[in-house]
Ligand binder design. Structure first.
Ligand SMILES: *Cc1c(COP(=O)(O)O)cnc(C)c1O
Length: 217
């Protein structure tokens, strides 16, 4: 495992799918990882990272950014409206746009700040009650509402149910993106990024397969 290994597997998966690896962004998910592990990946030249929490990211990335140029941060976890401003100042992309209230807040702040991160709409493809995300049946309307707010919607994002075949969820997400004219697909994690690439992923979010297991203790 490690960065190089994941890159090789991504290239192989892209080739097998007849896709160019250049259009697939690897987001190294650094949440909860010790700074030494993150620094090791920065030293290998990688610059695209994912975090789940605004607070945690704000605690570690400003310092890394003084020493490494060109870092792009992606917010993957749920975003509360009262943290939206801080998130917009810290992140280049937000993958968890999942409700109209948040869309309205982001639109207002985008006006004020004159800029907005790329946005991915999170879709609850498994229709799991405990999970965030727009239901598949509501997704087309929500995309239209976000566009009417002038938000830069880059694509759709999903986290398939753990017990189900992820490819079916990736295929569903790809279909919904296509019919809405969106080409960004944020899907695939350590255990299923190759399947996600086969279904058209443009952004894979890989944590433990790069950095090792997370220690929540
Ligand atoms: C933690 C997380 C990941 C990375 O998970 P791994 O299994 O460690 O690759 C990807 N996406 C989201 C939304 C996450 O919360």
């Amino acid at each position: 495992m490690g960065l190089q290994d994941i890159r090789t597997r991504m290239d192989d998966a892209a080739e097998a799918a007849g896709r160019s690896p250049d259009v697939i962004t690897l987001i190294a998910v650094s949440k909860v990882q010790p700074n030494e592990r993150v620094e090791a990946v920065l030293q290998q030249g990688h610059r695209v990272f994912g975090e789940n929490r605004v607070q945690e990211a704000a605690g570690k990335w400003p310092e890394f950014r003084t020493r490494y140029e060109g870092v792009a941060l992606h917010l993957l976890g749920p975003l509360q409206s009262n943290k939206a401003r801080q998130a917009m100042e810290l992140f280049q992309a937000i993958h968890s746009l999942d409700r109209l209230k948040l869309a309205r807040t982001l639109a207002r702040l985008a006006q004020e700040l004159g800029t907005c991160p790329e946005l991915f709409i999170e879709v609850n493809t498994g229709e799991e009650p405990q999970k965030a995300g727009i239901l598949p049946a509501d997704t087309d309307d929500f995309v239209a509402e976000c566009r009417a707010l002038d938000l830069p919607v880059r694509g759709l994002m999903c986290i398939p149910p753990v017990e189900e075949e992820p490819s079916l969820h990736f295929a569903l997400l790809a279909k919904m993106a296509a019919r809405n004219g969106l080409d960004g697909l944020s899907m695939g994690m350590s255990g299923d990024f190759e399947q996600a690439i086969a279904q058209g992923a443009t952004h894979v979010r890989v944590g433990s397969a790069i950095f090792g297991a997370r220690d929540y203790g």
